[in-house]
Design a protein around this ligand. Structure first.
Ligand SMILES: *[C@@H]1O[C@H](CO)[C@@H](O)[C@H](O)[C@H]1NC(C)=O
Ligand SMILES: *[C@@H]1O[C@H](CO)[C@@H](O)[C@H](O)[C@H]1NC(C)=O
Ligand SMILES: CC(=O)N[C@H]1CO[C@H](CO)[C@@H](O)[C@@H]1O
Length: 192
């Protein structure tokens, strides 16, 4: 059992480590966001082409925008976007559907090495949604305050009573068993 627990801990640690390697970017709902491209660290065009993709949950790439010596080109059916400084990806008016993993892929010149790097985008909940949930919570909790208080008091009492009852029952059962065992031993001794 300890080995299994250790293994689970180790796996969780590795997963956390792996997740930490992907840069995370938070954006406000309906805000504009810049996703840095971790694959390049200079503004120069020391590569054949550079493209931004969005990865779906199956790891499939959906092209957004691409640049090469021929200029900037948007992929068909891709989200509207543009390039920022250092080949970053600029997204305007982001909402929940923009959340996910983005991939910056650099195709190297002959003799070079292609590079891929991912960025994770999280979009904060839209303000209207936040207000709605808060309002709902307040009304329901106020309307049901009395019944909630009652439940809070009664439930623990019931449980503690049940707990005491269970402990008492076990104690009685143990006593009966102990008495029976001692008796049968005494009887055996007397017989022999
Ligand atoms: C986002 O960019 C658009 C277009 O550049 C601009 O009109 C808008 O005000 C920007 N929004 C924010 C929240 O900065
Ligand atoms: C996000 O915005 C796009 C286009 O502006 C819209 O089609 C889509 O329904 C929105 N998604 C959500 C979850 O609000
Ligand atoms: C507003 C609200 O959630 N009211 C609930 C309070 O609790 C009663 C019964 O426990 C529900 O019937 C109400 O809908």
């Amino acid at each position: 059992m300890p080995e299994v627990t250790l293994l689970i801990c180790l796996c969780q640690l590795l997963l956390v480590r792996y997740a930490a390697l992907i840069p995370q970017v938070d954006a406000d709902c309906n805000g504009n966001v810049t996703l840095p491209c971790p694959a390049v660290n200079q503004e120069n065009m020391d590569f054949l082409a550079l493209a931004w993709y969005k990865e779906d949950s199956n790891g499939k790439r959906h092209g957004i925008i691409r640049k090469s010596d021929d200029g900037v080109m948007a992929f068909e059916n891709g989200r509207t976007a543009s390039f920022g400084t250092m080949h970053s990806l600029l997204l305007n008016w982001v909402n929940a559907s923009d959340e996910g993993t983005y991939l910056c892929a650099m195709s190297a010149n002959v003799g070079g090495q292609n590079k891929d790097a991912r960025v994770e985008l999280t979009v904060r909940v839209c303000r209207t949604e936040v207000q709605l949930t808060t309002v709902n919570y307040v009304t329901s909790s106020r309307a049901n305050q009395t019944s909630q208080v009652c439940n809070e008091v009664h439930i623990p009492q019931t449980w503690s009573l049940l707990g005491f009852g269970a402990v008492a029952a076990v104690k009685i059962l143990l006593s009966i068993i102990t008495i029976k065992v001692i008796r049968s031993r005494c009887l055996k001794r007397r017989r022999s």
